[in-house]
Design a protein around this ligand. Structure first.
Ligand code: IMP
Length: 202
């Protein structure tokens, strides 16, 4: 049976709005999403070294505290020539000030140090959704988006690493695309599509 409510393990209202609109577009608008902040929950420390591990920490925490179905996401950019870095540390590389120019610089510098051509270095975004259902069962959904890095950063749209990432089959960076265009390639969109297909089987 589909849940009436799902608690999103985020304090970010933007993520909730984005996910609710994806739920509506997928014909799942009757399921209400709530924010962890509505339950006065703190955010647990993300101590795992994988996207799956961190998404599970967040989802389990919310499911245990509320006794309801919970959904968490974890995502980041993996650069092949940097052994998948920044990966689960994607947010950390931008520092507390969320300075992504600093993160772009770190990536470029490390590629140069490894004698790797910075333009065209292959990379992928990963997004993992962890869902704990009302019975406490765990479900994992993963989406990826393959592409290459390009410097200098281009475009004002999107967020995070979007200005340096060009998905395969495109000439523009995510930062130069509309939200709808990015959605067709995005790791988050693909993970969500897998989650929505699962909910529809219930
Ligand atoms: P979190 O999953 O919200 O913790 O995000 C991890 C980090 O990866 C953040 O710093 C984001 O900026 C970055 N990130 C995740 N997904 C994307 C994306 O689609 N575009 C650009 N940056 C992303």
């Amino acid at each position: 049976m589909q849940p009436d409510h799902i608690i999103l393990a985020t304090h970010n209202q933007g993520k909730l709005v984005e996910l609710q609109s994806m739920m509506c577009a997928a014909g799942l608008g009757h399921i209400t999403l709530k924010n962890a902040a509505d339950y006065n929950l703190s955010a647990p420390e993300e101590t795992a070294d994988s996207f799956e591990g961190n998404a599970l920490i967040k989802a389990r925490f919310v499911a245990e505290q509320t006794g309801r179905a919970a959904l968490a996401d974890d995502s980041g950019l993996c650069v092949d020539a940097l052994n998948g870095d920044p990966g689960v540390y994607s947010a950390d590389w931008a520092g507390p000030a969320k300075d992504f120019d600093q993160a772009f610089h770190m990536i470029k510098e490390r590629l140069e140090k490894n004698n790797v051509e910075t333009d065209g270095a292959t990379a992928h975004f990963v997004c993992v959704l962890a869902y704990i259902d009302e019975a406490g069962n765990t479900h994992i959904f993963k989406g990826t988006s393959d592409g290459a890095l390009h410097f200098p950063p281009r475009g004002q749209n999107g967020f995070g690493y979007d200005p340096i990432f060009v998905p395969h089959g495109e000439l523009r960076s995510f930062g130069e695309m509309s939200m709808e265009e990015k959605e067709t390639y995005s790791a988050r969109g693909r993970a969500f599509a897998a989650f929505a297909s699962y909910l529809k089987t219930l």
